[in-house]
Design a protein around this ligand. Structure first.
Ligand SMILES: *Cc1c(COP(=O)(O)O)cnc(C)c1O
Length: 361
């Protein structure tokens, strides 16, 4: 038997989630964000599954776009952070990439490039995130510079939210107002919303939106939400029990003996560890589904294995199925136990963990 650790990726759920983004934003185009290896799900497989639905894809850098083109993906690909160096502009244009432009140097690189065809650009305005984007007061002048640039085919105005996942946080409304004000009189399309914007802020829906995490079935919110609760989990991280043992009360389990048995206990050892993307910071008590039943992590996470207290479970044996996260156990729940967010657990999924795809991809 091969090592059973694997990430099962449900491409039907992925497409369901894309359709949900569409239904939340009637009349908008939704660019599917597939950066960071499609949040760990495998960029090429995800892009192939979404290509018939999504009018464009979004990635973080040219290298990610190149590997999609090498894999035969043909839809336009937006470089969400634009070029990092002047010489990327020509290559991006050659590959039918669109570019986010967020600073004056990038505008200059585009102006100086010699392109066969003008390209589509998104002009990013800093409406309060204070990470990337031009100051709102420069929006008009930068737009005008692009209008006059012979390398520009069309322009879209964009911004990014800092706190759209907090539905009671007034900053999102402020950002929307500031962005709209900065763009007043600029006769082109707008893009503001990430997943949290799409699901939670209907007024943020623009000509284009940029769903990322929601496509993969993880809610951007920490609370239940009527739209986010319709998402379907795309990745199931699964493995099997590879060993079972009875230990007497008082014995400890795993490295450093962090977990100690308060009673006679049954410990299942499972072939998954931090080398497979399971978070090493997961504390004792983190839920694990063994043979369809919830159990608790007992002892430190090792590179290739975890240990789970299955004393109260039925029918657990060597070979029993284990789910670390998936439809019945949201990745965000595991992330909360481990002091992080679902985004990080998904994007950190290493190459070692095989991705097994299902659904008509
Ligand atoms: C990553 C990214 C997104 C997607 O964000 P989610 O929270 O995953 O939906 C949208 N826009 C930009 C500019 C990004 O970098």
């Amino acid at each position: 038997m091969a090592r059973p650790a694997a990430a099962r990726v449900d491409l039907d759920a992925l497409r369901h989630n894309y359709a949900l983004a569409q239904s939340c934003t009637p009349g908008s185009c939704n660019l599917a964000v597939v950066k960071a290896n499609a949040y760990g799900h495998g960029a090429l497989a995800v892009a192939r599954a979404l290509e018939p639905l999504a009018p464009a894809l979004g990635v973080a850098c040219l290298e990610e776009a190149i590997s999609l083109r090498d894999g035969g993906i043909e839809v336009p690909i937006l470089l969400l952070e634009g070029p990092f160096e002047a010489d990327e502009v020509v290559e991006a244009a050659r590959l039918n990439c669109w570019m986010m432009l967020d600073n004056a140097a990038q505008l200059q690189w585009l102006a100086d490039a010699s392109l066969a065809e003008p390209i589509h650009v998104w002009l990013k305005i800093d409406s309060g995130m204070h990470r990337l984007g031009l100051p709102p007061l420069q929006a008009g002048a930068a737009y005008q510079q692009l209008v006059e640039c012979e390398n520009v085919a069309s322009i879209l105005m964009a911004t990014h939210f800092a706190a759209a996942d907090e539905l009671d946080n007034g900053r999102t409304a402020e950002q929307i107002a500031l962005f709209e004000h900065a763009c007043e009189g600029i006769p082109v399309g707008r893009s503001m919303a990430n997943s949290a914007g799409i699901l939670g802020w209907p007024e943020a829906s623009g000509d284009w939106n940029r769903p990322g995490i929601m496509l993969y079935g993880a809610s951007p919110f920490s609370e239940p939400h009527p739209e986010a609760d319709k998402l379907r989990s795309v990745m199931e991280l699964a493995s099997k029990v590879i060993s079972l043992r009875h230990i007497p009360a008082g014995e400890s389990v795993g490295y450093g003996g962090r977990w100690r048995a308060e009673r006679e206990s049954v410990i299942a050892t499972i072939a998954i560890g931090y080398g497979d993307g399971y978070p090493r910071h997961a504390p004792d008590g983190t839920p694990v589904i063994v043979q369809g039943q919830r159990a608790s992590l007992a002892g430190r996470v090792s590179m290739d294995m975890i240990t789970v207290d299955v004393t109260d479970l039925h029918n657990v044996r060597q070979g029993s199925e284990v789910v670390l996260w998936g439809a019945e156990l949201p990745v965000n729940e595991i992330a909360t136990h481990a002091g992080t967010i679902g985004y990080e657990l998904l994007t950190r999924m290493p190459d070692r963990t095989p991705r097994i795809y299902s659904g008509a991809g």
